[in-house]
Design a binder for this molecule. Structure first.
Ligand SMILES: Cc1ncc(COP(=O)(O)O)c(C=O)c1O
Length: 354
């Protein structure tokens, strides 16, 4: 019953087979191999247009380097105040942006509203002493398992662009967001105005494969140097290329994410049918945020359940934690089995027993 994260898994069978196959024989290094070239073609097909893609190994590197491509050292990058970029990357975005300031904006469920963004951009004093806002980084899905719709992304991008601000999307769970929304990759990114995307593979069936996707080619100009400088230009790049090829082939990503999302839905439905339990935010992808009496945490752990306690700062006011309540995050993956979900539900039902 391990619901700590979706990166506790290995690779899917299909991705692993592709890695093993790519291990055979010789291949040109540094991304000029056949598997990487095929992965690039598959990424073009995935987005329905030619994109400029760079493959790398971690989401942190993808985010940090992508943010550096849109925000200069003297600029400000706006993001949600509890985003991964803001809180969980050990200053990598600041490091690669070489001094740029990151400012966190509030928002329910990890989402920045157009109202909040407009108020910040219009109220931002100009002048040579202030780092001007040059970048906006949005997570889709968010750190609280929520999704921005294509329309919401388009509204934020339009506002950002009107103020000379480029938009990055952290898509560590992009597959799960797509499945949740039922829209195309194009609709959620370039058609809505996103300039650069961190496309995650690792949490959804790859062993370690992420991509930075540029929809604005001008921004990609120096990225080949940024990636190398970031230590993310792999000589045996074929191993990442092979992962993306398998991940995208016949919508394998969709099958994996659909399963993860369905398991979360099952978990959420079961948990909310238990008196005294409620969700912090709606379950729309592969994460369930459960509000429970704080003593329930130890009881669930005593049954062998693994999970993290989570922050309740981004709860809507009418969902705020009451005294004695806590919030936990339960994440499902492409490998989560229905029996694990049932075991957690049984443990949760037993929590109320004295
Ligand atoms: C929203 C989000 N972005 C980015 C990442 C990147 O993670 P990593 O650098 O561990 O691959 C994660 C991983 O937890 C994440 O949850």
């Amino acid at each position: 019953m391990n619901f700590t994260s979706d990166n506790i898994t290995g690779a899917s069978e299909k991705v692993l087979a592709a890695i093993i196959a790519s291990n055979r024989g010789k291949a040109t290094p540094y991304g000029k191999d056949e598997a990487t070239l095929r992965a690039h073609a598959a990424l073009d097909a995935f987005f329905g247009r030619k994109v400029t893609a760079f493959l790398l190994t971690t989401g942190t590197a993808a985010n940090a380097l992508a943010c550096a491509a849109i925000c200069p050292p003297w600029g400000t990058l706006l993001t949600h105040q509890e985003s991964h970029v803001m809180e969980d990357e050990c200053g990598a975005p600041e490091f690669f942006m070489a001094g740029a300031k990151i400012t966190g904006l509030p928002g329910i469920g990890g989402k920045i509203s157009p109202h909040t963004l407009r108020a910040y951009l219009e109220g931002d004093a100009q002048g040579a002493n202030r780092p001007p806002v040059r970048g906006l980084s949005l997570s889709n899905g968010t750190e609280f398992g929520q999704v921005y719709t294509p329309g919401e992304v388009a509204d934020l991008c339009a506002l950002a662009h009107a103020h000379g601000v480029k938009v990055h999307m952290d898509g560590a769970r992009f597959s799960n967001a797509l499945v949740s929304l039922g829209c195309s990759p194009a609709a959620l990114t370039w058609q809505a105005g996103v300039d650069v995307l961190s496309l995650g593979g690792t949490k959804n069936g790859c062993l370690m494969a992420e991509a930075v996707i540029f929809f604005d080619d001008a921004l990609a100009q120096d990225f080949i140097f940024r990636r190398k400088r970031g230590g993310q230009t792999l000589s045996k790049a074929r191993l990442i290329g092979a992962q993306f090829e398998a991940f995208l082939d016949q919508d394998h990503w969709r099958d994996l994410a659909s399963h993860a999302n369905a398991m979360a839905k099952r978990l959420a439905d079961g948990l909310t049918s238990i008196p005294g339990l409620r969700l912090g935010w709606p379950c729309v992808m592969n994460e369930v945020f459960l509000i429970l009496p704080a003593e329930g945490i130890d009881k669930l752990r005593a049954h062998g359940a693994l999970f993290y306690e989570w922050s309740g700062h981004s709860l809507a006011p009418d969902h705020a934690l009451q005294p004695g309540e806590a919030i936990i995050r339960l994440v499902t993956s492409f490998e989560t089995r229905a029996e694990e979900v049932e075991a957690l539900l049984t443990a949760a039902r037993g929590m109320n027993a004295r």
